[in-house]
Write a protein that binds this ligand. Sequence first.
Ligand code: ZN
Length: 162
Amino acid sequence: MVITMDSIDSVKTIDPTFWKSNRLASFDNWPFQSDCTCTPERMAAAGFVLIGDKDEPDLVGCFICGKQLDEWDSNDNPWSEHVKHVPSCAYVELGKQNELDCTVAELFTLLKTFVKKYLRRKLKLAIHEYKKEVSKLTGQRPHNNQKKIRKSRQISTSRSAT
Ligand SMILES: [Zn+2]
C-alpha cells in the first residue's frame, strides 16, 4: 500500500480513541484511581475506552476489537483481562501498550484494523438508516437482523460482520 498525504490526513480525522492519550482522557470519572491495579493509565494502555453511563459507570470497550467489559474490581489487571477475554484481538496480539513503542509498520497494521472496524460500523448504520427510510416510504416495518448486544463480560462484541 502506498502512503499518500490523503491517507496521512485521514489519520487526523479518525476516531481519537485510536490514540492512548485520548482513551486515557475518557477515564476522568473512573471509579478506580491511584491505589488500584486498574488505574485509568493501565485501562487506556490495555486498549480500553470508558463508554459507560450513570447506569454502568465501569463499562469499557476495546478500541480495536470492540469487546465490552464491566464489573471491574480494584485489583483487576486490565491487560490480563483483555488477553483472557479476546486473545485474538489485534491489539493484544501486537503486545505493545503504547503506540510510541510501535514500529510504523505495526502502527499502520493496527490502523488498518481500526479503520475496517470503523467503516463496518458506519456501513451498518447507513444500512439501518436506509431500511428505516424504505419502511417509511413503503409503510412496512423494517426487518431487523441485528441481535441486541448485552453489555456484559460474557457477551462477545467481536463477532465479525460480513
Ligand atoms: Zn481488543
